[in-house]
Each structure stands twice: as structure tokens, then as C-alpha cells.
Design a binder for this molecule. Structure first.
Ligand code: HEC
Ligand code: HEC
Ligand code: HEC
Ligand code: HEC
Length: 169
């Protein structure tokens, strides 16, 4: 074998050996136990704190909102898209049926123009037709700074929800 090839082969052998040693040292312990991944990843994901409850669980106590929403344009929006993560609320709100909810269990009510505008604001940089995947229909966009901005008589700024029911717009 020519001398230069010998050197190359030695160099390669050293590199491959180094790779194998490093791989053993750096590999997480649970790797490969169940497949080509860290078995611990399952426990790690299970241990993550839950925040969302899902709309189905809101129905038990807020049947009216559910019925309203199901019959309107917002039918396919999840309650928590607007009200924020509600798992704690679902688990503990029952105890406060007669009294007031403590702040920690209150959910956000997105009643400002800004919050409706997140989805409905006319935006030149946005594609004009946004298909929702459930109904294949468009989310209609309005200019939130102009669309019925002030009351014609009092000249006061109106909130979107003064005209549109958020649960059945
Ligand atoms: C176990 C019953 C229960 C469940 C389940 C429940 N809620 Fe409530 N919710 C209540 C009670 C009780 C109140 C306070 C009294 C009231 O306004 O009726 C309340 C109030 C609210 C309010 C008004 C909060 C405020 O600050 O005035 C919103 C918004 C709300 N719930 C949304 C939701 C959403 C979204 C879900 C699903 C993720 C949900 N709720 C699930 C019982 C429940
Ligand atoms: C498009 C956003 C949106 C969605 C989706 C939505 N809500 Fe609301 N919700 C609002 C707004 C805005 C208010 C505040 C209305 C007001 O102050 O008059 C509100 C108010 C409420 C209230 C308090 C009512 C009161 O009289 O104070 C409850 C309870 C509630 N929503 C439950 C739900 C439930 C349950 C769902 C799912 C079935 C849902 N919401 C879906 C925007 C939404
Ligand atoms: C998370 C995105 C989202 C938010 C936030 C949202 N909407 Fe909607 N809105 C939708 C979708 C999706 C539709 C249904 C489009 C369809 O099927 O035509 C819709 C439909 C509507 C329609 C009916 C338009 C038509 O076709 O005539 C009105 C009005 C409306 N929303 C008002 C509001 C108001 C008021 C708020 C604030 C309380 C709000 N929306 C917040 C996504 C949103
Ligand atoms: C003074 C009452 C009033 C207020 C306030 C108001 N709207 Fe409307 N909105 C209407 C009426 C009436 C229509 C239907 C006729 C039209 O298109 O102007 C409408 C239509 C819409 C549509 C459907 C547009 C279309 O192309 O068919 C959307 C989406 C909408 N509004 C969202 C909003 C949002 C978001 C806000 C707050 C930024 C808001 N509205 C504030 C009365 C109002």
C-alpha cells in the first residue's frame, strides 16, 4: 500500500474511533430503549403542565354560549381562542357559582376593537382570502379603524361587541 494511503486510512480510523467514543459518552441514557429516540421524552411531555381544557368542557356550565356559537359565524372558533387557557377555571369555577370568581380563575373577555382586529383587520400585507380549514369560507376583514367607529349621535367610540354578539356575530 502506498505510504500516503496508509496515512489517510489511519487518520480516518482515528476519526471514526473518536466519533464512536464521543457518541457513547454524549448519548442520553434513555436513547434507544423504545426506538430511535429518547424514551424519557414521553415522560417529559406527560409532566408538562396543562393549560387548555377544550371547548367541549365549557359546555357543561355555559350551555348558552355554546348553543349561540354553534349557530353562528364563530361556530368553528374554540372558546379558549378568545378567552385564553381555561383549565383551572374548568376545574375550580364550580365552587363559586353564587359568588364572584376570584381573580385567579377569571378568564379574559376580549371586548376591545384591537382583539377582534387580530382576525378581522383589513391588512394590505395579508392575503385577501383567508380560508378557514373547517368550512372553507373566508374570514371577512373590515377596517377596524373606520368600520362603525363612532356612534353617530354621541360621537363616542363603539366597541365591536356593542353591535356584534361575540358568540354569534
Ligand atoms: C364547572 C363549571 C364551569 C366550567 C366547566 C366553565 N365555567 Fe366559565 N364560569 C363558571 C362560573 C361559576 C363563572 C362565574 C359566574 C358566572 O359568570 O356565571 C364563570 C364565568 C366565566 C366567564 C366570565 C368571567 C368573568 O370574568 O366575568 C367566562 C368568560 C367563562 N366563564 C368562560 C369559560 C370557558 C371559555 C370555559 C371552557 C374553557 C368555561 N368557562 C368553563 C363556571 C364554569
Ligand atoms: C370571538 C371571541 C369569542 C369566542 C370564540 C367565545 N367568546 Fe365568550 N366572550 C367573548 C367576549 C368579547 C365576551 C364579553 C362580552 C361582553 O362583555 O358583553 C365574552 C363573554 C363570555 C362570558 C361571560 C358572559 C357574561 O355575561 O359576562 C362567558 C361565560 C363566555 N363568554 C363563554 C364562552 C364560551 C363557553 C365559549 C365557547 C362556546 C365562548 N365564550 C367563545 C368572546 C368570545
Ligand atoms: C381567532 C380569529 C377570530 C377572532 C379573534 C374573531 N373572529 Fe370573527 N370570525 C372569525 C371566523 C373564522 C369567522 C367565520 C368566517 C366565515 O365562516 O364566514 C368570523 C366571522 C365573523 C363575522 C361574520 C362575518 C360575515 O361573514 O358576515 C363577524 C361580524 C365577526 N366575525 C365579528 C367578530 C367580532 C366582533 C370579534 C371580536 C369580539 C371577532 N369577530 C373576533 C374569526 C375570528
Ligand atoms: C355600530 C355597529 C357596529 C360596530 C360598532 C361594528 N360593526 Fe361590524 N357590522 C355592522 C353591520 C350593520 C354590518 C353589516 C353591514 C356592513 O357590512 O356594514 C357589519 C359587518 C361586519 C363584518 C362583515 C363584513 C363583510 O364584508 O360582510 C365584519 C367582519 C364585522 N362587521 C366586524 C366588526 C369588527 C371587527 C368590529 C370592531 C372593530 C365591528 N364590526 C364593529 C355593525 C357594526
Amino acid at each position: 500500500m502506498p505510504q500516503q494511503i496508509k496515512r489517510l486510512v489511519t487518520a480516518f480510523a482515528v476519526f471514526i474511533l473518536m466519533f464512536l467514543v464521543l457518541q457513547q459518552v454524549l448519548k442520553p441514557n434513555s436513547f434507544g430503549k423504545l426506538g430511535h429516540y429518547r424514551a424519557m421524552a414521553i415522560q417529559e411531555n406527560e409532566a408538562r403542565e396543562l393549560h387548555y381544557a377544550g371547548s367541549a368542557r365549557c359546555t357543561k356550565c355555559h350551555d348558552e354560549m355554546h348553543t349561540d356559537k354553534a349557530a353562528g359565524f364563530h361556530a368553528q372558533l374554540q372558546c379558549e381562542v378568545c378567552h385564553g387557557p381555561g383549565l383551572k377555571h374548568v376545574l375550580y369555577a364550580d365552587k363559586f357559582k353564587d359568588g364572584k370568581l376570584p381573580d385567579s380563575l377569571k378568564l379574559h373577555k376580549p371586548d376591545t376593537r384591537k382583539e377582534c382586529a387580530i382576525c378581522h383587520q383589513l391588512n394590505a400585507a395579508r392575503i385577501k382570502i383567508v380560508f378557514d380549514t373547517v368550512n372553507n369560507s373566508m374570514i371577512k376583514q373590515v377596517n377596524a379603524l373606520k368600520h362603525n367607529l363612532v356612534d353617530k349621535h354621541t360621537k363616542e367610540e363603539l366597541k365591536c361587541i356593542e353591535c356584534h354578539n361575540p358568540h354569534q356575530p
